[in-house]
Design a protein around this ligand. Structure first.
Ligand SMILES: Cc1ncc(COP(=O)(O)O)c(C=O)c1O
Length: 438
C-alpha cells in the first residue's frame, strides 16, 4: 500500500467508483463530486482549490437592502428589462468614480450575473455584421463563454497570450482582425484562470486595434479592483481600474457582483455599453431583430427573451452596495484583500516545494496575488499532476480546459482554503516533493 497523506486505497476506489477515466481531465463539477465522496469516506479535509466561488460572507448592506425591498413588495412586480432607474444612475456613477469613464445611465444594465450579460452580448454584437463569424478570445479564459457561443451556433477563434505580452500583442492580434471575420474580442482582466493583468500598453493596443477594425471589445471585469498592486478603491481618485474603455469607444464592460461583493448567489451583475455603441445602427441586426439599434436590440431583442429582466430585489441590493462604495461608506476592496494575502502565502509554499508558477509575469513585473494562481511541477503534465495530487489531499483544475497552451499547468483558486489549513497544505506539498524528487 502506498503511503500518501490521504489513504491511497480509499482514493483509488473512489476514483474507480466515479467512473472518471482521468481526474485531471474531469470538469470542475465532476472533481467537486469526487472530492466530496473522498472526504466523506476518509473523514479528511482536502485543500479545495477547484471551484472559483467566493469564500467570504455577502456584503451585508446588500442583504439588508434586498430584504427591505422584498418587504416593500417588489417581488410582485416585473422590473423594467433595462433595470430600475436609481440603479442605472448608480452604475453610471460607479463607472465614473472607479474607472474615470463617462457613460449614460441608459447603457448601464443589470443582468442575471455577468454570465447573462455575456450571452446577450454574443446574441447582439456577433450579429451586427453578416460577413463576420464571432468572437476572438484572448486566452486562457473562462470555458463557459465558449459554451455560450457553441449553443448560439457562433464561431470563435482564440490564442494564448502567454507568448504575446507587451508590444508583441499588436501583430498577433492584428493577424486575427485582418481576416475581417472577428465581431468581438473577449478577455477577463484580472484573468481567470491565470491572474495575469493586461498592462496599459496592452490595453491601448487592444483599444487602438478595436477602433481600426471596428470590432467590439467585451471586457470581463469579474474581478474588479482585485489586482491589489494598484489600490483602485478610492472613488473619484486615480489610480482607476485599468480598462480598454480609456482607449476606444467600442466596448461593453461586464462587472460581476459575485466576487467583489461576494454576492454570487443572487445572480446579479452589470453590463455597461459605451454611449457610442449604445446608439450605433447595424442594419444586419434586422436579420434577427426588429430594429438595427444596438442598445435597443440588446435590451428588447436579447435580454427580453432571455429572462425579461433581472431579479427586482437583487437590483436594490446592488444599488445599495454600489451607493455604499461610491459614497465611501464601505471600501470596495478591503474585504477581498484576504484573497491576495492568502495567495501570497500559498504561492510561497508551492514554490518552496519544487513547484513553479506558470503564468508568472505581466510584461516585466511579477503578477499580482489574488483569487487564482497557476502552478506546475517538473516532469508532469497538468492532467497527470492533478491525478497524483488527489492522493495528497489537494484538488484543483487543469489549464487544459481553459484554452491555455501551458499544458503543464494547473489553476488553483484560493477562496475556499482556510488559513487553518495552511499547515496541512505545507505538509502535503512537502510530502509530494519528497515522494517526487526533482
Ligand atoms: C472570468 C469570469 N467571468 C464571469 C464569471 C461569472 O460571473 P457572474 O457570477 O457575475 O455571472 C466568472 C465567475 O467565476 C468569471 O471567472
Amino acid at each position: 500500500m502506498e503511503n500518501t497523506p490521504i489513504n491511497y486505497e480509499t482514493v483509488k476506489s473512489k476514483i474507480e467508483e466515479s467512473g472518471l477515466k482521468s481526474v485531471g481531465k474531469a470538469s470542475i463539477r465532476e472533481i467537486k463530486k469526487l472530492i466530496d465522496a473522498i472526504e466523506k469516506a476518509t473523514g479528511e479535509k482536502f485543500i479545495r482549490m477547484e471551484m472559483g466561488i467566493p469564500g467570504l460572507p455577502p456584503t451585508q448592506i446588500g442583504v439588508e437592502a434586498e430584504i427591505e425591498a422584498l418587504q416593500r413588495g417588489v417581488a410582485a412586480i416585473y422590473p423594467d428589462i433595462f433595470g430600475v432607474a436609481p440603479l442605472k444612475e448608480e452604475i453610471s456613477r460607479f463607472i465614473k468614480l472607479f474607472l474615470g469613464i463617462d457613460v449614460s445611465p441608459e447603457g448601464c444594465i443589470p443582468t442575471v450575473g455577468s454570465m447573462q450579460g455575456g450571452f446577450a452580448a454574443f446574441m447582439t454584437i456577433n450579429r451586427m455584421h453578416k460577413d463576420r463569424e464571432g468572437t476572438l478570445f484572448l486566452d486562457p479564459g473562462f470555458p463557459v463563454h465558449k459554451q455560450q457561443l457553441k449553443v448560439l451556433g457562433q464561431e470563435y477563434m482564440s490564442f494564448d497570450v502567454y507568448d504575446y505580452r507587451g508590444e508583441k500583442l499588436r501583430d498577433k492580434l492584428e493577424s486575427f482582425l485582418k481576416t475581417g471575420k472577428v465581431s468581438s474580442i473577449l478577455y477577463s482582466n484580472p484573468n481567470n484562470p491565470s491572474w495575469i493583468c493586461f498592462t496599459e500598453t496592452e490595453l491601448k493596443i487592444i483599444g487602438e486595434l478595436a477602433t481600426k477594425y471596428d470590432v467590439i471589445v467585451l471586457e470581463d471585469l469579474a474581478y474588479f479592483g482585485m489586482d491589489f498592486r494598484n489600490d483602485v478603491s478610492i472613488p473619484g481618485e486615480p489610480p482607476y481600474q485599468p480598462s480598454v474603455a480609456k482607449y476606444t469607444d467600442n466596448w461593453i464592460l461586464f462587472i460581476s457582483s459575485s466576487k467583489v461583493f461576494s454576492y454570487a448567489g443572487q445572480r446579479i451583475g452589470m453590463m455597461v455599453l459605451s454611449n457610442k455603441l449604445f446608439n450605433t445602427h447595424a442594419p444586419d441586426l434586422l436579420r434577427y431583430y426588429n430594429t438595427d439599434n444596438v442598445g435597443y436590440t440588446m435590451i428588447f431583442g436579447a435580454l427580453y427573451p432571455l429572462s425579461s429582466g433581472t431579479s427586482h430585489s437583487a437590483q436594490y441590493a446592488l444599488l445599495a452596495m454600489l451607493k455604499a462604495v461610491n459614497d465611501r461608506t464601505i471600501s470596495l476592496t478591503a474585504p477581498v484583500k484576504e484573497y491576495g494575502e492568502k495567495a501570497a502565502i500559498m504561492k510561497k509554499m508551492f514554490t518552496g516545494n519544487g513547484f513553479d508558477i506558470v503564468y508568472d509575469k505581466d510584461e516585466d513585473n511579477p503578477i499580482a496575488d489574488g483569487f487564482y494562481f497557476t502552478f506546475s511541477y517538473p516532469g508532469f503534465s497538468g492532467v497527470d499532476l492533478l491525478n497524483e495530487l488527489i492522493y495528497y489531499g489537494i484538488s484543483a483544475i487543469s489549464l487544459a480546459i481553459t484554452g491555455s497552451e501551458r499544458l503543464e499547468g494547473i489553476r488553483a483558486c484560493v477562496s475556499l482554503v482556510k488559513r487553518e489549513q495552511f499547515p496541512d497544505l505545507e505538509y502535503r506539498l512537502k510530502k509530494f516533493h519528497e515522494d517526487h524528487p526533482v
